[in-house]
Write a protein of this length. Structure first.
Length: 165
């Protein structure tokens, strides 16, 4: 994937610039894991069916396994290693308090999707959670704990009205 004839590609990953020498069609997942040494974004299926590789591009959750690195140029890329702020802290705290992970493999993708959901909707319904999390699979079946943790995190955050005043 690192080819000497590739034009350098500059990205912004977790707030820091990074220049990589990879082909433009290289999946973002491999750039993050292999080139930049950020192993928190997991490889699961390689076809955007499981969500283990979820990252944020400008705050929107995307599957890094099928996103070419060229699609991330000019966008803020956030990985599990770069999550910060009140929403991320509420989600991570709720995950720990409710002992959500079983095997843990899918959890970085689950957390990324949950943070994106709560960043857009501070008071999600079960239907909202189902929709936002449908791209994330958990082979251990931790879905009830995931839902409970999202509700708990939402309760820990000020409502949208309170945030704007």
């Amino acid at each position: 994937m690192n080819t000497p004839n590739s034009d350098p590609i500059t990205l912004v990953v977790n707030g820091a610039p990074a220049t990589v020498g990879v082909d433009a069609d290289t999946p973002l997942l491999w750039v993050l894991r292999q080139t930049l040494g950020l192993p928190g974004t997991k490889f699961g299926c390689g076809i955007a069916a499981c969500g283990a590789c979820t990252v944020h591009l400008d705050g929107v959750p995307v599957p890094a396994c099928v996103t070419p690195v060229s699609a991330a140029v000019g966008k803020a890329i956030t990985t599990i290693e770069g999550l910060h702020g009140a929403v991320a802290e509420a989600v991570q705290s709720s995950w720990a308090a409710l002992d959500v992970p079983q095997c843990g493999y899918c959890q970085s993708g689950q957390v990324m999707s949950a943070v994106a959901l709560l960043s857009a909707n501070a008071t999600p319904s079960d239907a909202d959670i189902n929709t936002a999390m449908q791209g994330n699979l958990c082979r251990c079946g931790a879905y009830p704990r995931i839902r409970a943790a999202i509700h708990r995190a939402a309760e820990a955050l000020p409502t949208r009205q309170q945030r704007s005043t």
